[in-house]
Design a protein around this ligand. Structure first.
Ligand SMILES: Cc1ncc(COP(=O)(O)O)c(C=O)c1O
Length: 316
């Protein structure tokens, strides 16, 4: 499949044992992934033909599917890894975002007994994109603090990456109503959590802090903390009262979709002098520098992929 664009979507998908155009991926309305948001997923990126921290994404994936009790998936870790390589190779992308997703599936017995579902798997590779624009990467983006609170971790475990995100949807419409594009959500105690697709960091009095609780344990967040150690900047996971965030010296977002993204203002008030701070800039350079490092990255196998069948990999 050469850079499929037949449907306007460049990329390559995989479901039911076959690589296919992204437009042919679908979920039946009877799948609990649709009806209950009973699903989990992960996203890894490829930069210059290399996956970044693929093993860490696969580790998080394995924890997610175990927590969700998806025990009838057809593909084990090795197979999933093979499929991810296959999607990027078939789409022939050098810079890509690769999604892989599991749903509960459709129940086959009365009372919609969830234990009768056969779990569904799909994956797709599309061209790389970031959550903020190129311009915002250099100027910083403007965010608002939403009134809508993040779904508490006691209700839905945010460390399982999932699309049950109506808290983010409501918060984003609050942002649009205030002429902003991004919203950060608080918890019930007015501590900062995260936004749709990103963790958040603040630098205050020389310390870099990202929220510890009620958030996805981002792979980019982990990378930032490791890099801060190299810079001799003290970095930790801790509670951030919202009042501290707005008085920070630097604030940035972190995500597989965009890396490290500076924040220019919060609720209309500039952070620092309103331009990306020196620690944010240095960490950003270091972050992208890691992408060629064999300790952090894996070359995509662009050779023609075989046919992936249930429980195994068959060469075509
Ligand atoms: C809710 C949420 N928080 C944080 C992140 C950042 O995680 P990562 O750095 O692993 O991409 C994401 C990524 O999509 C996310 O969806």
């Amino acid at each position: 499949m050469e850079n499929n664009k037949a449907d306007g979507v460049q990329g390559c998908g995989f479901s039911e044992g076959e690589f296919k155009p992204v437009s042919e991926l679908s979920i039946p309305v009877t799948d609990m992934g649709f009806q209950l948001a009973d699903m989990c997923y992960d996203v890894v990126h490829v930069r210059n033909g290399r996956f970044f921290r693929l093993d860490d994404h696969l580790d998080r994936w394995e924890l997610s599917i175990a927590e969700r009790r998806y025990d009838s998936l057809d593909y084990d870790r090795n197979c999933v890894e093979e499929i991810l390589h296959g999607c990027v190779a078939q789409a022939n992308l050098k810079d890509s975002m690769i999604y892989f997703l599991a749903t509960r599936g459709s129940p086959s017995a009365a009372h919609k007994d969830l234990r009768t579902c056969r779990n569904r798997f799909m994956a797709w590779a599309i061209p790389y994109y970031g959550v903020v624009s190129e311009e915002e990467l250099s100027t910083g983006c403007d965010i608002v603090v939403a009134q809508t609170i993040r779904i508490p971790p006691e209700a839905v475990d945010p460390t399982v990456k999932n699309f049950g995100r109506l808290d983010f949807v409501r918060a984003l419409f609050e942002a649009y109503d205030r002429n902003a594009l991004y919203a950060v959500l608080l918890d019930q105690d007015d501590n900062v959590t995260e936004g749709r697709g990103w963790n958040i960091f603040m630098l205050r009095e020389g310390r870099l802090i990202s929220p510890k609780r009620g958030v996805l344990e981002g792979i980019t967040r982990r990378t930032v903390i490791e890099l801060a150690e190299c810079l001799n900047v003290e970095a930790e996971l801790a509670s951030i009262p919202v009042t501290d965030l707005t008085h920070a010296d630097e604030v940035f977002l972190s995500s597989t979709a965009g890396g490290i993204m500076p924040v220019r203002s919060i609720d209309g008030v500039n952070i620092g002098d309103g331009s990306p701070g020196p620690v944010t800039r240095r960490l950003t350079e270091m972050y992208w520098g890691l992408h060629d490092d064999p300790d952090y990255s894996t070359p995509v196998r662009y050779e023609p992929a075989g046919t992936i069948k249930d429980h195994g990999l068959m060469t075509a």
